[in-house]
Design a protein around this ligand. Structure first.
Ligand code: ATP
Ligand code: MG
Length: 137
């Protein structure tokens, strides 16, 4: 079964909407295979977002992702990567369709509530960065 990585970002954790976001996944056929609350170090966040290293927003992104705890989740289900991206909505919450997680819980393109892997290959890499195989059940 396909897996993907979701992160509930610092803004959504601070707002107290962890449960509401997890409900979106479970109500839409995505099973929680692993879940933990962690505070990323600068090194963790830089490694995680290494693909965006040369982008102008990289420094702010790392700053934001290390500003408070996050919740890391492995989701499992049919077409989990695409299904999660659909539930998340567009990166910029102003462009996110109503009823999506970002439309309902995100404040801005920086503080946009959730992360989701963008391919099966990147999901595999991202899951391995945050979870040991013994944690995925
Ligand atoms: P994520 O990877 O977090 O799931 P995404 O795949 O929708 O989001 P990416 O293009 O991978 O978007 O960008 C990673 C993150 O960097 C975004 O979630 C957002 O917080 C931030 N970001 C992307 N584009 C911009 C931008 N133009 N200005 C500021 N921040 C941005
Ligand atoms: Mg992305």
């Amino acid at each position: 079964m396909e897996k993907t990585l979701s992160i509930i970002k610092p803004d959504a954790v601070k707002k107290g909407v962890i449960g509401k976001i997890i409900d979106r996944f479970e109500s839409n056929g995505l099973r929680i295979a692993a879940l933990k609350k962690v505070w990323l170090s600068r090194q963790n966040a830089e490694a995680f977002y290494a693909i965006h290293k040369s982008r102008p927003f990289f420094k702010d992104l790392v700053e934001f992702m290390t500003s408070a705890p996050i919740v890391a989740i492995v989701l499992e289900g049919e077409n989990a990567v695409a299904k999660n991206r659909e539930l998340m909505g567009a990166t910029n919450p102003k462009e996110a369709k109503s009823g999506t997680i970002r439309a309902d819980f995100a404040d801005s393109i920086d503080a946009n509530a959730v992360h989701g892997s963008d391919s099966v290959e990147n999901a595999r890499i991202e899951i391995a960065q945050l979870f040991g195989s013994f944690e995925i059940l």
